[in-house]
Design a protein around this ligand. Structure first.
Ligand code: IDP
Ligand code: MG
Length: 198
């Protein structure tokens, strides 16, 4: 990771965290109590997620428009590059679809030209970006989502977005080396979140 050493963000805290609380009552006796503090502690997490602007997006000249959707939402760009994806990396990336009849066709479509690979960061970013992307099939995706606004296809659907925290970690490692992801301060955090949200 390309970053200065101090961490700006608190570590993730489990929702079911139980804390042992020491209290001293009026007579000076120490009371030990086990308390569920999950509702007292900020449990939101800054997350990073992978987005790929697919070849259809590059071919249609939509790079700027799609990037601006994520920027306008309040997500922070932590990494971005152009890459021409190989059949090998696409076989790994789409391994969950390898039994599908369209497996090779998706890989071919994803290597028609270079793609733009991005890492976006924010509180609950994985879920937020999936919501922004919309349903897989552009014809079914809600208007207002990226696929709903820009896609008429199940295959040529503008963006890839990681679908879970585990996938996001694996996919970011697949496409970015540590020194291609940047940890820097955004000065607008308090305009984007309340101070207990990040
Ligand atoms: P997702 O991109 O919404 O997560 P996945 O099921 O992971 O959807 O599929 C990965 C990609 O494979 C889709 O974005 C789309 O480009 C393509 N794809 C999925 N289902 C079909 C299909 O039925 N026909 C053609 N391409 C498909
Ligand atoms: Mg998927």
């Amino acid at each position: 990771m390309n970053s200065p050493p101090p961490l700006l963000l608190p570590p993730p805290i489990s929702k079911s965290l139980l804390n042992i609380i020491l209290q001293i009552n009026l007579s000076g006796i120490i009371i030990l109590s086990l308390t569920d503090t999950s509702n007292l502690i900020n449990i939101n997490r800054m997350e990073k997620t992978l987005v790929i602007l697919k070849p259809c997006t590059i071919q249609r000249g939509l790079i700027g428009e799609i990037i601006s959707r994520f920027e306008r939402k309040g997500l922070k760009l932590a990494g971005m590059k152009m890459a021409w994806l190989t059949d090998e990396i696409l076989s790994e990336h789409y391994a969950h679809l390898k039994e599908k009849p369209f497996f090779q066709r998706i890989k071919d479509a994803m290597s028609v030209c270079p793609v733009i690979v991005c890492c976006w960061e924010g509180v609950d970013a994985i879920h937020v970006v999936r919501q922004l992307a919309g349903a897989t099939n552009g014809r079914n995706a809600q208007p207002g989502t990226i696929r709903g606004d820009y896609s008429m296809s199940v295959q040529e659907n503008i963006v890839h977005a990681s679908d879970s925290p585990e996938t996001a970690i694996t996919e970011l490692k697949r496409f970015f080396s540590d020194d291609e992801l940047f940890d820097y301060k955004m000065n607008n955090l308090l305009a984007i979140y309340a101070n207990d949200e990040f």
